[in-house]
Design a protein around this ligand. Structure first.
Ligand code: NDP
Length: 314
């Protein structure tokens, strides 16, 4: 029986050789096959490790037991109404990727908290100027989504003494991190967030969540960091909120259309920092071990984890 590696978007992250090497060590009896040329007999495929498969393509494998996502987000799969029924979709929880995401969040929060962008601007003009310094306890940071990644970021910001709050559906056990939920909760959460970080999954409920209304609830001078998915942000609303002076800055790693088209105004906007979807890359050396551990669980008759709730979309 075999595992099929199926990524339609080749990058260093998806380099199948790195994945194959880890699987060979972790599960030597599992054959590693590659889409499109090395699929072989479709009946042999028990596990599919995928990124952006063609619509309906996974129905070709009658003995499929699990679909593993090559990334933490599963929005690349949720648009496929033709996924095989009853086959669990398993999200990737990769300690290497979580670490990278938290580094990204900490880097930008510290950048704005300590006003290093302002110092950079002064330095360019040869201006020696000291700004008042605020302690982390006085800096209110809001994390949208306190899951694997948001939870880790919140915990580490808290360890640095930031005043952190989260917005989720309502359950969390992060000590010292108050959480908000629901519409009123969202408005209250935004109103207290000087730096807001989006780490939500992309679902019908969260698409366009960072719009003009949300920006209006943020305090004047707030900073928006989006490292989740581009479609969480309404691009024109963000530009308007920055241009009006209501928002101080935005850091964007993800975009509704990727690669971000060369003519897109985000590239040249003076208040926007763009990174090319690199907040964190999947690290095959750690991620493949998580997938292998799930396959071992399944072989013992246990369910893999975490299984995507197809109704919730994440
Ligand atoms: P999880 O599923 O672990 O966490 C999702 C969190 O969002 C949970 O706290 C969940 O709440 C909350 N949530 C979901 N829907 C809503 C809603 N409608 N209202 C309020 N809260 C909601 O995901 P991860 O932390 O692993 O990943 C988050 C996202 O980060 C991924 O989906 C992906 O898009 C993005 N990502 C981006 C990367 C990059 O390089 N830029 C790399 C990796 C991930 P609850 O727990 O209550 O369900």
């Amino acid at each position: 029986m075999a595992l099929l590696f199926y990524s339609r978007f080749s990058s260093v992250t998806d380099d199948p050789r790195r994945w194959r090497k880890v699987f060979a060590a972790e599960l030597p009896d599992l054959e590693f096959r590659m889409w499109p040329d090395g699929v072989g007999d479709a009946k042999d495929i028990e596990y599919a490790l995928v990124w952006g498969p063609k619509r309906g393509a996974l129905k070709a494998f009658p003995n499929l037991k699990a679909i593993f996502s090559l990334g933490a987000g599963v929005d690349h799969l949720m648009g496929d109404m033709d996924l095989p029924d009853g086959v669990p979709i398993v999200r990737l929880v990769d300690p290497g990727m979580t670490q990278g995401m938290t580094e990204y969040v900490l880097y930008w929060v510290l950048h704005y908290h300590r006003r290093f962008g302002d110092y950079r601007r002064y330095a360019r003009k040869g201006k020696w100027k000291k700004l008042p310094q605020v302690g982390p306890k006085q800096r209110r940071v809001g994390i949208m989504g306190l899951g694997v990644i948001g939870g880790d970021s919140a915990k580490k910001l808290k360890a640095l003494d930031f005043d952190v709050a989260g917005w989720t559906r309502g359950h969390t056990n992060l000590p010292g991190v108050p959480t908000f939920d629901g519409k009123q909760g969202f408005e209250d959460f935004l109103a207290r967030s000087e730096i807001v970080v989006c780490l939500l999954p992309l679902t019908p409920e969260t698409t366009g969540i960072l719009d003009a209304e949300a920006f209006a609830h943020l305090p004047k001078g707030a900073v928006v960091i989006n490292a989740a998915r581009g479609a969480h942000v309404v691009d024109d609303d963000l530009i308007a909120a920055l241009d009006s002076g209501h928002l101080k800055a935005a850091v964007l790693d993800v975009f509704a259309s990727e690669p971000l088209p060369p003519e897109h105004p985000f590239w040249r906007h003076p208040k926007i920092k763009v990174t090319p979807h690199v907040a964190s890359l999947t690290v095959p050396e750690t991620a493949a071990k998580s997938v292998a551990a799930n396959i071992r669980r399944m072989r013992k008759g246990q369910p893999p984890e975490p299984i995507v709730d197809r109704n919730k979309g994440y």
